[in-house]
Design a protein around this ligand. Structure first.
Ligand SMILES: *[C@@H]1O[C@H](CO)[C@@H](O)[C@H](O)[C@H]1NC(C)=O
Ligand SMILES: *[C@@H]1O[C@H](CO)[C@@H](O)[C@H](O)[C@H]1NC(C)=O
Ligand SMILES: *[C@@H]1O[C@H](CO)[C@@H](O)[C@H](O)[C@H]1NC(C)=O
Ligand SMILES: *[C@@H]1O[C@H](CO)[C@@H](O)[C@H](O)[C@H]1NC(C)=O
Ligand SMILES: *[C@@H]1O[C@H](CO)[C@@H](O)[C@H](O)[C@H]1NC(C)=O
Ligand SMILES: *[C@@H]1O[C@H](CO)[C@@H](O)[C@H](O)[C@H]1NC(C)=O
Length: 512
């Protein structure tokens, strides 16, 4: 008996040892899982084999491990239409050498935590929709050889710390909203002040410190000042489309420079801008019949992102239990603190739950529902009819990312302001009871589809049809050509056109 037990113990011990020696660092698996968590749309399902239960991520799509299969060294997921945020936890993939996430739809900021990826050689986040500044901490990643952040919405100044990157040979930052001077010798004191650093070496030399730089593209930003002497060997096309004092490379017209671009990178003022444009447009187009008295529901406009939220939500729900412990930890709160921009919704009306409860007669008038949301009809004090979409999501499933996504979508819908486009009136966000609601204008006359297929033909006279067609055309022109950035309706059909009492059309996104 004894020898047998001994053998058993030895067997178990060796088993345990084997597990520990061959298993992948859980930190890296966790970091990758968090990365996946922060992606809320994956239309090509490229992350479908990223299974958190799998202790070895080396076979996951887009992942390359080192030869010993001990660490993830490359992540390359390009052109996959991923929509979501960059999780700061990615910095826990300690041995990462290449991070390529080109041509997706990533939003949010580049986490400053990426400055901890000290083996990183290639950082390619080009052609996404990232905003905010380039983290100065990237200047810490001395192994970096290539940085490509082109075609995003990055703002702020060009960090002088990038000059610390002695091995950097490619710096591609074109088509962003970067401002300020190109950091170099002349602007040392200025640059040092901005970043509050005291690294005299960096502040003295700026980008001149990166002596290996061969390919630089800073075109189509809002950079000012002059091209530093140490970068004069670069082709002038590297600097075109900025606000530089430069004769060789074509610069922006003066009206695009000046103080305006400094503000225009913020969403609120963009919205303001488009509102002004819309107002101008309304003045220019006179037909009185277009002035809608009645208003439309935006149920369908909301549905596009409802689907996304709900998909994300279902994903959380179906997550295996091991994810839960850290999901429930305080880190959610941190996510909120890190990501949610308190300015995002400052121009959007916030309704109180109680107010909506009164308007919707204690939420008794249900006009639509799905397993994940309920739509109520109500009447605001003062008259307008509203449709209120309430998300049925439990608080414990609501992550910081979903909150940010919710807020961004609310902000995106709130900027739509045209008589032929369904209008978001506001939102409701309360913690007890946990509430996330959207308030849309309500179109009392149903969809064009209903009128064409089930209505009395007499209701759609020739004049009315013309009005509807012209209204749709105006709505589309507004969404596609007048809004900046444009807003796409995924599918235009007669059921995505809602009609007001006087048969004025309202476009809604009908992708539910
Ligand atoms: C990343 O993957 C794409 C194809 O999926 C490939 O074309 C590209 O060369 C890869 N990039 C890197 C840096 O490995
Ligand atoms: C990175 O930056 C931090 C401070 O931001 C500094 O303490 C650390 O030494 C830096 N690491 C490297 C490798 O330069
Ligand atoms: C920079 O490149 C040189 C030569 O390729 C290499 O020896 C050195 O280790 C690199 N430095 C860093 C910080 O990676
Ligand atoms: C920067 O260095 C100066 C002296 O060179 C010192 O007086 C100052 O306190 C330093 N600032 C910071 C933020 O370390
Ligand atoms: C230095 O920075 C200041 C402040 O932005 C700017 O006005 C000036 O043109 C810059 N000088 C050079 C030579 O780039
Ligand atoms: C610094 O600026 C002065 C003028 O302000 C200019 O003459 C000089 O060439 C600049 N030096 C460098 C290295 O850019």
């Amino acid at each position: 008996m004894r020898p047998y037990i001994c053998f058993l113990i030895m067997f178990l011990a060796s088993g345990v040892l084997c597990v520990t020696c061959s298993s992948f660092p859980t930190k890296e698996v966790w970091a990758l899982t968090t990365f996946k968590e922060a992606i809320y749309e994956d239309p090509h399902l490229v992350l479908s084999n990223w299974n958190a239960l799998d202790a070895d991520p080396c076979g996951w799509f887009g992942i390359t491990c080192n030869k010993e299969r001990q660490h993830v060294i490359k992540i390359n997921i390009s052109g996959s239409s991923l929509k979501g945020f960059l999780a700061p936890e990615m910095s826990q993939v300690t041995y990462l050498q290449e991070l390529t996430l080109r041509k997706n739809n990533l939003i949010g900021t580049i986490p400053k935590e990426f400055g901890m990826l000290k083996f990183l050689k290639v950082l390619d986040l080009g052609m996404n929709q990232l905003t905010g500044p380039i983290p100065t901490k990237l200047g810490n990643l001395t192994s970096l050889v290539k940085i490509n952040l082109q075609s995003n919405g990055l703002s702020g100044s060009l960090p002088a710390e990038l000059g610390n990157l002695r091995n950097l040979s490619e710096l591609i930052l074109d088509r962003n909203k970067l401002q300020g001077p190109v950091p170099a010798e002349n602007n040392s004191s200025f640059v040092a002040k901005i970043h509050g650093t005291n690294d005299s070496r960096t502040s003295e030399t700026g980008l001149c410190g990166a002596s290996q730089l061969k390919v630089v593209d800073l075109s189509y930003n809002f950079l000012v000042g002059s091209i530093p002497k140490c970068l004069e060997y670069l082709p002038s096309s590297s600097f075109q489309g900025n606000c530089l004092q430069e004769k060789d490379a074509k610069q922006r017209p003066i009206r695009q420079c000046g103080p305006q671009p400094l503000r225009s990178h913020q969403a609120p003022s963009l919205k303001h801008h488009s509102l002004k444009d819309a107002a101008k447009h309304q003045k220019a187009s006179k037909p009185a019949w277009l002035l809608a008295l009645e208003i439309a529901t935006g149920i369908m406009a909301g549905s596009l992102f409802l689907v996304a939220i709900l998909t994300a939500f279902q994903r959380c729900r179906s997550k295996p239990a091991i994810i839960i412990p850290w999901k429930k930890s305080g880190s959610e709160k941190e996510h909120l603190m890190v990501y949610v921009d308190s300015e995002l919704l400052k121009d959007v009306t916030k309704f109180g739950r109680q107010e909506l409860e009164v308007s919707c007669e204690d939420f008794s008038n249900i006009i639509g529902s799905s397993p994940d949301s309920i739509v109520y009809k109500g009447t605001m004090r003062g008259g307008p009819e509203i449709a209120v979409i309430s998300l049925c999501i439990k608080e414990q499933h609501w992550t910081g990312y979903l909150e940010l996504y919710f807020q961004r979508e609310v902000a995106d819908l709130a900027r739509l302001n045209h008589e032929n486009v369904g209008k978001l009136l506001g939102y409701c966000r309360e913690s007890s009871p946990f509430t996330r609601m959207l308030v849309f204008e309500y179109a009392s006359n149903g969809t064009l589809y209903e009128h064409l297929h089930y209505g009395e033909g007499s209701q759609l006279s020739w004049t009315r049809r013309m009005r509807i067609i012209l209204g749709i055309a105006r709505g589309l022109k507004y969404l596609h050509a007048e809004l900046e950035p444009p807003f796409t309706i995924s599918e235009l059909s007669s059921s995505s056109v809602y009609l007001t009492e006087d048969f004025s059309p309202k476009l809604e996104d009908d992708s539910y």
